[in-house]
Ligand binder design. Structure first.
Ligand SMILES: [Zn+2]
Length: 263
C-alpha cells in the first residue's frame, strides 16, 4: 500500500522535471524509530521533502486545490466549511481553511488505512504530521500541546509565507470574498483590517464589515488585534520576537513539567 503523501512528493517532483531515487523512497518509508543513525545526506533529503510538502500546501492554497473531497469536512466535523467560516465561501482565507482541513483529513484517513496502533510510523508520516501540527499552531490553533502566543503565530506565519509561499503576500491570507447584500457583486475584503465601513464599488451601497462577527475565528480576532499595532516591530525584529516567545514558551513548559514529553 502506497502512502498518498509519497504520491504527492513524486507528482511535485515530476512537475519540476525531477524524480525520487529508489534510495530516497526507501528512506522516506523507513521506520522512524529505527536506531540506525541518519547520514548528513539522508537528513538533507528529509528536510528537502519537508520543504517540498510545505510548498505544495501553499501552492494548493493559492490555486484553490484541496487534498480530498470537500464533503469529507462535513463528514469529520458535522459541519460544512462554509458554516465553520460564518458563511464565507470564497477568498484566500477560505482556501487556506479548506486546504488545511482536507490535508488533516487525508492524514487521518491514511492513519485509518494503515491502522495507527499496529504499524510504526515511517519518516514520511513524521514529516507530514509535523507539517500539520505547525500549520495548526499558526493558523487554526486548538487547545492542546502546541500553543503559540498570537505574536509567535504571526511571526511563524510570516516566515512560512516567506519560505514556502512566494506567491502569497501576508495581507492576502486574510482575504475574504462576500457578495454585496444589495447587488450581489463580489466584494474583496480583508479580515485583518478589523471592523470597518466599506462601499460596494458596483452599487455604491455602504455597509459595516465586522470580520470577528462574520468569521467567528479566534485566530482572526487575535491577529486583527496584534496586527494593528505591531506591523513595524514585526517587519524589523521577527527573529528577536520569535526567540523571545520561544524562550517564554519553553520556560512555561518546563515549569508545568510538560517538557518531559518533549525532546
Ligand atoms: Zn453592491
Amino acid at each position: 500500500m502506497n502512502s498518498p503523501f509519497l504520491e504527492i512528493v513524486q507528482k511535485v517532483l515530476t512537475g519540476e522535471g525531477k524524480s525520487l531515487s529508489q534510495e530516497d523512497q526507501k528512506l522516506l518509508l523507513r521506520d522512524s524509530e529505527s536506531t540506525v543513525a541518519l547520514s548528513i545526506n539522508e537528513k538533507e533529503v528529509l528536510s528537502f521533502v519537508n520543504e517540498l510538502l510545505f510548498r505544495n500546501f501553499f501552492d494548493n492554497v493559492k490555486a484553490g486545490h484541496y487534498y480530498c473531497d470537500l464533503a469529507k469536512i462535513n463528514e469529520y466535523h458535522d459541519e460544512s466549511q462554509e458554516n465553520r467560516l460564518g458563511g464565507i465561501k470564497e477568498g484566500m482565507l477560505y482556501q487556506l481553511f479548506v486546504t488545511y482541513y482536507t490535508f488533516k483529513i487525508k492524514i487521518l484517513d491514511w492513519g485509518k488505512q494503515i491502522g495507527d496502533d499496529t504499524v510504526k510510523k515511517v519518516f514520511l508520516d513524521e514529516i507530514v504530521s509535523g507539517i500539520e501540527t505547525e500549520l495548526a499552531a499558526c493558523f487554526f490553533p486548538t487547545p492542546g500541546s502546541v500553543n503559540f502566543s498570537p505574536m509567535m503565530r504571526l511571526v511563524s506565519i510570516k516566515s512560512k509565507l516567506e519560505n514556502y509561499a512566494p506567491g502569497i503576500i501576508f495581507d492576502e491570507i486574510f482575504e475574504v470574498i462576500i457578495p454585496c447584500s444589495k447587488c450581489k457583486a463580489k466584494l474583496r475584503l480583508y479580515a485583518y483590517k478589523g471592523l470597518g465601513r466599506a462601499t460596494c464599488p458596483n452599487c455604491k451601497q455602504s455597509f459595516v464589515f465586522n470580520p470577528m462577527e462574520t468569521l467567528q475565528l479566534k485566530v482572526v480576532a487575535d491577529m486583527c488585534e496584534i496586527w494593528k499595532n505591531r506591523r513595524d516591530l514585526l517587519d524589523k525584529n521577527a527573529e528577536t520576537i520569535w526567540n523571545e516567545e520561544r524562550d517564554a514558551l519553553e520556560r512555561e513548559m518546563r515549569e508545568s513539567g510538560f517538557d518531559q514529553y518533549m525532546h
